[in-house]
Design a protein around this ligand. Structure first.
Ligand SMILES: Nc1ncnc2c1ncn2[C@@H]1O[C@H](COP(=O)(O)OP(=O)(O)OP(=O)(O)O)[C@@H](O)[C@H]1O
Length: 686
């Protein structure tokens, strides 16, 4: 077939532009990305051949080759893994499936603008963003001005060649003779060490990068060094500004490998050019090794391989379970939330291995949904290699593992909370709103979850509080934990519902995540203290004595306002359950509250959005008997009896109702009518 030219999808083109113009500082990571893709392709082939014995594929020597040609200035990364069909090449390499791309590109453009304006941290911010996104294959264009990918899918006869210079288009050819798997050949840009663009044909540099980023890859990564090594021996350390030279990169080679896979060829370069391929990585399964044998950076590189995040994780969690059902887990909490955390079908990050063999990505049976941000590896000894997602969901051992892993993650968070408050604060900022989902359905861990949760509160403008801290600060006579829910801190802080609490100096939790509306209904109490909304039911604050006093005052007011209240209840009856006097207002004339056992409007909306048909609950209008407007209304109601006067009074009642809705941030059923009535009245005051 002849050469066909395709255009990159718009977002892919923009990403490529950034790579071509090399805006990420650490260029070395391109090799990690290519190796990571190759390793995945080898995993996939092994698995497919285990499951499908008719697959026509050679799995006898699965490995990754790296070949550098100094003369031609090319670097090739080759694997004999699963490969890609022609359609897959177009789909996987020509488009970007990540749903957060648009947002990422926009944020990046802003960071770049800040950088151009000379603001401090611009480059760091851009690096961080790119790191979070993880660019994958396209990062080749940081170091290459042309990339050729030749691939043949295992089981297929024809191969596909893809070529691009990263400038908007790529070409595709069908190739009759292609080895199984994928090779990616980069035509390298000239080295420019100032821009961290090193000579990537140098075996020393390649070895260093593989050791640093890909040592744990469970497939051999080989390099043919014959000719290159001789040349390189002279030039020595062309990347000599790096502290750890080839020697330190070899330092891992002495340690015995748990798998016994160690090649032991590392370091032979200095003894003379090796004619045979040299295996660069130790292939240690990090999760199978004891903690003191593994450096934190090695864990971090495994994290990056699994998560496609280029930044370090926030926390590394290890678990070795022995006994009848043996497994090892190496889990990571990322340092930032992915863009798709709240999208349906978002990928989880835990991979399942069985006896070191990769079985599946995205294994949802291993952790509860509310821990979907956790990445890592779980390697079980006693599962079948053919295990399916359906079987996993029902397997009792897996359920036990799920429980234990969840507890382990939560205890790590708890530990972080007490011993590393800053790190915990980052964690909570990034993942708190997901973790709170657990309050809805993980009864077993509810207390732990309530313990590790923290919330914005009126106690402090910046610092969130835990429930335990809140309880410690509770005033004498205060029985409940009070909270308010809403869209933003500003909106809830100024809500009329807060007035009495503010006046009495009672702390209120400010809950502004959508999930807050739901869990507060599901969690009855914390350490015996009920959670109470300041916008629900009656409020009775103060000591017993104060309450008694208030009650007698209230009885008197009830008598005075009785007629107005029943008239207004009737007038507003279509929308309002009851009009009553308020004990929660000090400044505002009126507010709307939800009856104790009714569903709040926000929750009602949420249920509707989820397709559930909840009945509409009418709410209660509370009037402030101490407010001049309400007192005036009472007087006018007692005095006015003419028809025109009545009409004016009715309009005032409607306006009071509308104002109460607006003050809590609700929408009006007929905003135009409200504006007209207010405009008429304002006009009369001029
Ligand atoms: N060596 C390879 N063999 C087989 N398929 C590959 C290879 N390299 C890439 N692919 C396919 O192309 C897809 C896109 O690769 P790319 O590196 O751009 O993204 P990724 O690895 O999926 O994710 P990320 O962009 O987050 O790193 C991969 O998911 C894989 O399906």
């Amino acid at each position: 077939m002849s050469t066909e030219t395709f255009e990159f999808q718009v977002e892919a083109r923009r990403l490529l532009q950034m790579m071509v113009h090399s805006i990420y500082s650490n260029k070395d990571v391109f090799l990690r990305e290519l190796i990571s893709n190759s390793s995945d392709a080898l995993d996939k082939l092994r698995l497919e051949s285990l499951r499908d014995s008719s697959l026509d594929a050679d799995v006898s020597d699965l490995h990754i080759d790296i070949e550098a040609d100094k003369e031609a200035r090319t670097l090739t990364v080759r694997d004999n893994g699963i490969g890609m069909s022609r359609d897959e090449v177009v789909e996987l390499i020509g488009t970007i499936a990540n749903s957060g791309t648009a947002q990422f590109l926009q944020e990046l453009a802003e960071a770049r603008k800040a950088e151009a304006a000379g603001e401090a941290g611009g480059q760091a911010a851009a690096d961080e963003l790119i790191g979070q996104f993880g660019i994958g294959f396209y990062s080749s264009f940081m170091v290459a001005d042309e990339v050729t990918l030749l691939t043949r899918r295992a089981g297929e006869t024809q191969g596909t060649r893809w070529t691009s210079s990263g400038e908007g288009t790529y070409t595709i050819d069908t190739v009759d003779e292609a080895p199984q798997g994928t090779s990616v050949t980069l035509h390298l840009k000239p080295a420019d060490t100032e821009d961290q663009l090193f000579d990537y044909t140098s075996p020393w540099k390649i070895r260093e990068i593989v050791k640093r980023y890909s040592d744990f890859i469970t497939w051999p990564i080989r390099m043919v060094t014959e000719q290159a090594a001789q040349q390189d021996a002279g030039s020595g350390s062309d990347g000599g500004d790096e502290a750890d030279s080839g020697e330190s990169a070899d330092s891992g080679s002495g340690a015995a490998d748990a798998d016994g896979k160690q090649d032991g060829r590392d370091g032979q370069e200095s003894a003379g050019a090796a004619a045979e391929p040299e295996t660069l990585n130790s292939m240690k399964a990090l999760w199978a090794r004891s903690r003191d044998e593994v450096a934190e950076e090695e864990y971090h590189e495994l994290y990056k391989h699994i998560s496609h995040d280029w930044n370090d994780p926030l926390e590394t969690i290890r678990l070795h379970a022995e006994g009848t059902f043996e497994y090892q887990a190496l889990l990571f909490i990322p340092s930032h939330a992915p863009h798709d955390l709240f999208q349906q079908g978002a990928k989880r990050g835990v991979q399942l291995y069985v006896k070191r063999v990769f079985i599946m990505d995205d294994c949802e049976a291993l952790l509860p949904t509310y821990l979907r941000f956790v990445k890592g590896v779980v390697d079980a000894q006693d599962l079948s290699l053919n295990v399916s997602r359906e079987i996993l969901q029902q397997d009792r051992q897996i359920q036990l593992m799920h429980r234990r892993l969840a507890k382990k993650v939560l205890s790590t968070i708890k530990e972080m909370q007490s011993s590393e408050p800053e790190r915990y604060a980052t964690f909570w900022r990034e993942f708190g709103s997901v973790l709170k989902e657990g309050l809805l359905n993980d009864f077993e861990n509810r207390d732990t979850l309530l313990g590790v949760a923290s919330f914005a509160s009126t106690h402090d403008k910046e610092e969130p509080t835990t429930l335990a801290q809140y309880v410690e600060r509770m005033k004498d006579g205060q029985e409940h934990i009070y909270y308010i829910t809403g869209d933003s801190r500003a909106a809830v802080e100024n809500s009329p519902h807060m007035e009495a609490f503010r006046a009495q100096g009672i702390e209120v939790l400010l809950l502004t995540d959508p999930v807050d509306e739901v869990w507060v209904e599901a969690v009855p109490d914390f350490e015996g203290k009920q959670l109470r909304s300041v916008a629900k039911g009656e409020v009775d604050l103060g000591t017993e004595e104060e309450k008694k006093e208030k009650e007698s005052a209230r009885e008197q007011q009830q008598e005075e306002f009785g007629e107005l209240l029943s008239w207004m209840t009737e007038r507003l009856g279509e929308n309002i359950k009851e009009v009553r006097l308020s004990s929660r207002l000090t400044d505002s004339p009126a507010c709307i509250v939800t009856d104790t056992h009714d569903v709040t409007p926000a929750l009602e909306r949420m249920y509707r959005a989820m397709g559930q048909n909840v009945p509409h609950s009418k709410r209660i209008l509370e009037l402030n008997p101490g407010h001049a407007l309400i007192q005036g209304l009472k007087r006018a109601h007692a005095e006015q009896s003419g028809e025109a006067e009545r009409a004016g009074l009715e309009e005032t009642a409607d306006l009071v109702h509308s104002m109460a809705l607006l003050a809590e941030g609700s929408e009006l059923a007929d905003p135009a009518a409200f504006v007209k009535a207010v405009a008429d009245r304002l006009e009369r005051t001029l």
